[in-house]
Design a protein around this ligand. Structure first.
Ligand SMILES: Nc1ncnc2c1ncn2[C@@H]1O[C@H](COP(=O)(O)OP(=O)(O)O)[C@@H](O)[C@H]1O
Ligand SMILES: Nc1ccn([C@H]2C[C@H](O)[C@@H](COP(=O)(O)OP(=O)(O)O)O2)c(=O)n1
Length: 238
């Protein structure tokens, strides 16, 4: 089974996708982490992010290894664990410059499709059971043929408050203001190359504004049940 989840920054894609993958026994592919890793790699090599050809070349030779365990996803570039570094404000600020490079998108799309395909085989992380892949263009471009396609949304206010809590440990007015660039400006830039604000045909919208994390995971699992007819068991311990 392939489950594709897209949405804007702070809508809960990563947390929800990990939870859904754990409940279904599937692998988890964080495509945003791949764009972040590409940005880390280009900065590490001293590339000028405005030089489209140099950035595209760097990404084509990037030795990227994604770990797809939803309980502990990993990202390594050239043997370095970059899992933490790619969440820094420096990378969050710069990543859209790399993600709007169309040659970079073509290369990462190729790697993402290969990773999703590998999860259909016994050699995959989940032994061929499948994958939950999340990002901005998974439902529309990378895997439009996915069994389940979800657009995860949340109000601007909820998304800013969540990201502010994650980055600054508080959602007071100053912290929310300081988070606007890496949520709203980034979404504006990213929206020039992907369409993740309105559900495409056949994509089911889940609005998480008034739901907590577990409720949102349950809402996505309900979509899985409706679309595939598969019955998802109750949460462990409930
Ligand atoms: N209903 C909800 N759904 C998902 N995440 C939520 C929800 N409410 C609060 N959160 C929190 O908001 C943050 C969402 O971040 P994340 O999953 O990284 O979103 P995204 O990948 O879309 O940017 C996490 O810290 C998560 O625990
Ligand atoms: N499929 C994707 C996934 C992410 N991106 C871009 C857009 C984002 O600015 C960056 C980082 O994505 P990520 O999902 O980590 O962003 P969040 O901070 O979780 O909202 O990558 C993309 O263009 N296409």
């Amino acid at each position: 089974m392939t489950v594709a989840i897209d949405g804007p920054s702070g809508s809960g894609k990563s947390s929800v996708s990990k939870g859904v993958a754990r409940r279904l026994g599937l692998a988890y592919l964080d495509t945003g982490a791949m764009y972040r890793a590409a940005t880390w790699w280009c900065l590490h090599r001293g590339e000028d992010l405005a030089d489209q050809d140099a950035v595209a070349h760097a990404v084509r030779v990037m030795p990227l290894v994604m770990g797809l365990d939803p309980s502990g996803p990993t990202v390594h570039v050239d043997g370095t664990d970059v899992g933490e570094a790619i969440r820094s404000t420096e990378i969050s600020t710069a990543v859209s410059a790399v993600a709007t490079n169309l040659a970079v998108r073509a290369e990462l799309r190729r790697l993402q499709r290969a990773a999703i395909e590998a999860e259909r085989t016994p050699a995959g992380f989940a032994g061929g059971r499948g994958v939950v892949a999340e990002g901005r263009d998974i439902t529309t471009v990378v895997a439009p043929d996915a069994d389940v396609r979800v657009l995860l949304t949340a109000s601007e206010e909820a998304r800013l408050a969540r990201r502010s809590l994650d980055v600054h440990g508080t959602a007071d007015a100053a912290a929310v203001e300081a988070t606007k660039d890496q949520v709203l400006r980034r979404d504006r830039d990213d929206a020039t190359v992907s369409q993740f604000h309105v559900a495409a045909d056949g994509v089911v919208t889940v609005d998480s504004s008034d739901l907590d994390l577990e409720q949102t995971i349950d809402a996505v699992l309900s979509v899985v049940e409706q679309v595939t007819g598969r019955v998802v068991g109750p949460r462990q311990g409930s």
